[in-house]
Design a protein. Structure first.
Length: 337
C-alpha cells in the first residue's frame, strides 16, 4: 500500500496525451488528495504547461530521476515508456498504476478493475496495471451476471473510438473529415486506411492466428480480472469514426439460465453500471451520450433465442474515463484509503 499521508506527490507520465489529460481532470474532479502534481512527457512538450486546480503546472521531461519523492505515478505514455520507466519509478518508492499493455499479464502485477477485483490490490509489488479499455467496460457489465449465473462463453464485437489510439488519431479523424467534405483525398498517417466515414477491423497488430493483439487482450485480461481461467472469449475489435466512447455488442452463454428481466434487475444495482434500456422510447446507450460519464452503460438486453442460456447486451463506456483515466484514479483511491 501507499504510506498514509494527508496529501500525495502524484506524477502523471504522458500528461500531454489524451488519457494523461483526462487523468489530471479526474484527479481534480474527484478531489484526489494531491499535494503536488508532477506532469511528465517527452522532451517535445517539456516546458509547456497543463492546468490543474486553476493553476498552470509546468510539464517536465521524463527521465530516470523523475521519481524521487513521488508517492503515486500514473503512466499513460505507451508500452515502451512503461516497460522502461515503471520499474525505475517502483524502485524509487512510487506505486505505479500503468495504463499500457506492458505489465498487464505479468504474474507479479495485479490487473485491477475496482468494481470487479479490488482484492487483487493487496498483492502488488510496486506496479499495478489498469486493463485495456474494451476489457474494462465489458467486465464491469459482466461480473455481476457471472456471479449470478456463471458465464461460460463470451462473443464480443467492439466499435472503438479513435481517442483510444491517442490525440494524433483524433486529429486525423478531424482532418480527414474536413478534406472529404471538400471532396479531397485524405492521406492517412496514424491508421493504415482512411478512418473518416469508414470502419477498420484492425486494432493493434495481427498475430499468425488471424486475431489481433487487441482481440487476444480481451480473452487473457478477462480471465485474469475475473479470476476464472475457464471463461471462453472470442472477440472482433473494430475502429470506428467516433471521437470518444467505445461500444460493444456482447453475447454471453451462461451455465444457469438468466432471463432478460433477471439480467436487468441484477445490472440495475451493479456498481459502476448504468442500466439504460428502453428501446420502445429509442433509449439505448450511444457514445454521444456516454462520453464524459463515469458509468458503464448497458442496454438492448435480450435473450439469445438461438441457444438455451444466452443473452445479448450492448455496452458503452467513455474509453478515456472508465476505460483508462478513471479506472487508474479509482485504483489510486483504493491504495490510499
Ligand atoms: P508528448 O506530448 O511530449 O509527445 P497520446 O496517447 O494521446 O498520443 O499521448 C501520449 C503521451 O505520452 C504524451 O503525453 C506524450 O508526450 C507521451 N510520450 C510519448 N513518448 C514519450 C517518451 N518517450 N517519454 C515520455 N513521454 C512520452
Amino acid at each position: 500500500m501507499v504510506k498514509k499521508k494527508a496529501a500525495y506527490q502524484v506524477a502523471v507520465v504522458g500528461a500531454t496525451g489524451a488519457v494523461g489529460a483526462e487523468m489530471i481532470q479526474v484527479l481534480k474532479e474527484r478531489k484526489f488528495p494531491v499535494e503536488t502534481l508532477h506532469p511528465l512527457a517527452s522532451s517535445r512538450s517539456a516546458g509547456g504547461t497543463v492546468s490543474f486546480r486553476g493553476a498552470d503546472v509546468t510539464v517536465k521531461e521524463l527521465t530516470k530521476d523523475s521519481f524521487a519523492d513521488i508517492d503515486i505515478a500514473l503512466f499513460s505514455a505507451g508500452s515502451d515508456v512503461s516497460k522502461d520507466y515503471a520499474p525505475i519509478a517502483a524502485k524509487a518508492g512510487a506505486v505505479v498504476i500503468d495504463n499500457s499493455a506492458a505489465w498487464r499479464m505479468d504474474k507479479d502485477v495485479p490487473l485491477v478493475v475496482p468494481e470487479v477485483n479490488p482484492h487483487d490490490l493487496a498483492w502488488h509489488k510496486g506496479i499495478l496495471a489498469t486493463p485495456n479499455c474494451s476489457t474494462i467496460q465489458m467486465v464491469v457489465a459482466l461480473k455481476p451476471l457471472h456471479d449470478e449465473a456463471r458465464i461460460q462463453r463470451i462473443v464480443v464485437t467492439t466499435f472503438q473510438s479513435v481517442s483510444g489510439t491517442g490525440k494524433e488519431a483524433m486529429e486525423e479523424l478531424m482532418e480527414e473529415s474536413k478534406v472529404l467534405l471538400r471532396f479531397g483525398q485524405p492521406e492517412p498517417k496514424v491508421y493504415p486506411h482512411q478512418i473518416a466515414f469508414n470502419c477498420l477491423p484492425h486494432i493493434d497488430e495481427f498475430l499468425p492466428t488471424g486475431y489481433t493483439k487487441e482481440e487476444m487482450k480481451m480473452l487473457h485480461e478477462t480471465r485474469k480480472i475475473m479470476g476464472d481461467a475457464t471463461i471462453r472469449v472470442t472477440a472482433t475489435t473494430v475502429r470506428v469514426p467516433v471521437y470518444i466512447g467505445h461500444s460493444e455488442a456482447v453475447n454471453i452463454e451462461t451455465e444457469r439460465k438468466l432471463t432478460a428481466n433477471e439480467a436487468r434487475a441484477i445490472l440495475s444495482t451493479a456498481p459502476g453500471v448504468q442500466l439504460y434500456d428502453d428501446p420502445a422510447h429509442a433509449l439505448y446507450p450511444m457514445p454521444l451520450i456516454v462520453a464524459g460519464q463515469d458509468e458503464v452503460y448497458v442496454g438492448r438486453i435480450r435473450e439469445d433465442e438461438s441457444i438455451p442460456n444466452g443473452l445479448n447486451l450492448w455496452v458503452v463506456a467513455d474509453n478515456l474515463r472508465k476505460g483508462a483515466a478513471l479506472n487508474a484514479v479509482q485504483i489510486a483511491e483504493l491504495l490510499v484509503r
